[in-house]
Design a protein around this ligand. Structure first.
Ligand SMILES: [Zn+2]
Ligand SMILES: [Zn+2]
Length: 149
């Protein structure tokens, strides 16, 4: 019941911009420690299919292979985190996980689920009704030991 939507976004300084076509408007939050460290807080991101995203200013994108199966990218000019991306061959290979905060308009995006909920700091709770998965549940579903998104 979703329709594809075109959305633009970009980093803090504007050196990197993107155009994305969303297949749905639901996003997820990952509370794993790697996402916490990388985002400096809550990592909320929406999945964009591999072919549905075009970067402008990609010469300003740096990447780190943050695990055996994924990489993360950021703007070299301002440091904004731009994406988490699975690099290991598999069903999610190449998909972009784009931080919700990068979109010019994210008002109507909806929170679908939180993962690694048992790794969330105790000091905050995300309100509303949505799915939550523990680390063990994520591993059972996806086989990843960390760095889910
Ligand atoms: Zn920037
Ligand atoms: Zn994570």
């Amino acid at each position: 019941m979703s329709t594809a939507q075109h959305r633009d976004g970009g980093c803090l300084c504007g050196a990197v911009r993107f155009s994305a076509t969303l297949e749905h408007t639901a996003y997820g939050i990952c509370h794993c420690k790697m996402c916490q460290r990388w985002a400096g807080g809550i990592f909320a991101a929406i999945t964009v299919p591999k072919a549905n995203l075009a970067w402008q200013g990609s010469e300003h994108i740096a990447r780190i292979q943050s695990s055996d199966w994924a990489e993360r990218g950021w703007c070299t000019q301002c440091g904004s985190g731009l994406f988490y991306r699975v690099t290991r061959n598999g069903p999610n290979d190449g998909e972009w996980e784009i931080p919700v905060g990068l979109f010019d308009n994210s008002d109507d995006l909806t929170l679908e689920r939180e993962i690694f909920i048992d790794r969330k700091p105790n000091s905050y709770t995300i309100c509303g009704h949505h799915q939550t998965l523990t680390e063990a549940e994520v591993i059972a579903l996806y086989g990843s030991t960390s760095e889910g998104a």
